[in-house]
Ligand binder design. Structure first.
Ligand SMILES: Nc1ncnc2c1ncn2[C@@H]1O[C@H](COP(=O)(O)OP(=O)(O)OP(=O)(O)O)[C@@H](O)[C@H]1O
Ligand SMILES: [Mg+2]
Length: 375
């Protein structure tokens, strides 16, 4: 589907992409990962011709891209840029329809497509099409960024750290959604991230880059089992946990930074906190930091009365686990549970963190990795 051959990019005598060869098969989810400045964004931008290589060639479906009309090229390629990049003065519908408009789709067809797309990510079209980006939560804006890239059904989608700024719950949900869409529509995705956990979860193939070069390109399993060199080992190793997996507790696998709100707070204040923290849900506590439940932006919008506190909107049946319980307990709850997270509390019931599927992948990675090291 995509092929880079001897691609170099030089800026003022500095080589930022060095003789890169890369082949990506149709329908694969390929993740580029590496330290800041290693050339991930540059690679994506060369694929859709926002940047021209200094030398070498890039092919899409066997055609050299410099020979393809750029409009036709962009029709084949969806692009989610490193910041969300919605146009603030355009409505959600207008944002999604940027490329369909460029391609002169008739208005009926555009409208139909926009509705389909919003439904794909569970956002009610009637409620959202006429809103502006500032009237959406961070997670919802991020979804629109993804939908915009999907609008004309391109076979190839480039995503540059699309979930960088999101909280764990929203990030987890969006990862699941994107993966599901990619499989369902059989798209080829090139996805950039800094986050090894995200790479391990999402990728069919992981491409580890450093200083403009590909260091290793393999499936997650292969990468964990046989890192090509010390750099790769260390890159994965940063994500290692305790040595003895038996003794891992919930505390070892949870993410400690969660956004909480007191149940006595008002609906308006909660929404503004969600905006500020880029989240779609908040963990609700009492005055002593003890868990009450979760409140979501949808619930507030649906049932919230201005001037009222959120206590009546709290969903209480959320899965809870003690921080000192075995990590496996939380994993079992995640696998069998309806929600993508489990909240970790101390003996007093105070909120300490959250366990997500990403935390689980992290722990599994460690087991594979350790297994290899112990021979
Ligand atoms: N227009 C430019 N002129 C000169 N140097 C540039 C230009 N754009 C990028 N670079 C350099 O090229 C290198 C690769 O940049 P690139 O944006 O591809 O990195 P990245 O891997 O995406 O990093 P990050 O993870 O921080 O987004 C960096 O050293 C950067 O400073
Ligand atoms: Mg970048």
């Amino acid at each position: 589907m995509v092929k880079l051959k001897n691609v170099r990019k030089v800026y003022n005598k500095t080589t930022v992409i060095d003789e890169m060869d890369l082949e990506i098969d149709k329908g694969k989810f390929v993740v580029l990962i590496g330290p800041s400045g290693c050339g991930k964004t540059t690679t994506l931008k060369m694929i859709n011709r926002l940047i021209e290589p200094t030398s070498g060639s890039i092919f899409i479906d066997g055609e050299e891209i410099t020979k393809v009309n750029p409009v036709l090229l962009r029709r084949k390629i969806g692009y989610v840029i490193q910041q969300i990049g919605l146009f603030p003065n355009m409505t959600i519908a207008q944002n999604i329809e940027v490329v369909p408009r460029l391609l002169k789709w008739p208005s009926e067809k555009r409208k139909k497509r926009t509705r389909e797309l919003l439904e794909l990510v569970g956002m009610d079209p009637d409620e959202y099409i006429n809103r502006y980006p500032s009237e959406l939560s961070g997670g919802q804006q991020q979804r629109i960024g993804v939908l915009r890239a999907l609008a004309v059904e391109p076979p190839l989608i480039l995503m540059d750290e699309p979930f960088g700024a999101l909280d764990p719950i929203t990030r987890e949900t969006l990862q699941d959604e994107v993966k599901k869409i990619q499989k369902k529509l059989n798209k080829t995705v090139v996805f950039v991230t800094h986050d090894m956990d995200e790479a391990l979860k999402m990728a069919d193939i992981i491409v580890i880059m450093k200083d403009g070069k590909i260091i290793q390109m393999d499936s997650p399993e292969e990468l964990l089992a046989n890192p090509a060199n010390d750099f790769v080992a260390e890159f994965i190793g940063k994500h290692r946990l305790k040595t003895d997996t038996e003794l891992q507790t919930v505390e070892d696998v949870m993410k400690p930074n969660v956004v909480t709100v007191l149940k006595s707070k008002g609906t308006a204040e909660s929404i503004s906190l969600m905006r500020q923290k880029n989240v779609d849900s908040l963990i609700v506590t009492d005055d002593n930091g003890r868990l009450e439940g979760v409140v979501t932006i949808d619930k507030i919008r649906e049932l919230g009365k201005t001037g009222k506190d959120i206590s009546g909107l709290v969903e209480r049946g959320v899965p809870v686990v003690k921080t000192d319980a075995e990590a496996k307990t939380a994993f079992d709850m995640l696998i069998t549970g309806r929600l993508g997270f489990v909240i970790a509390v101390d003996d007093e019931g105070r909120v300490k963190g959250i366990v997500t599927k990403t935390s689980m992948v992290k722990a599994l990675a460690d087991i594979v990795w350790k297994g290899n090291e112990n021979g």
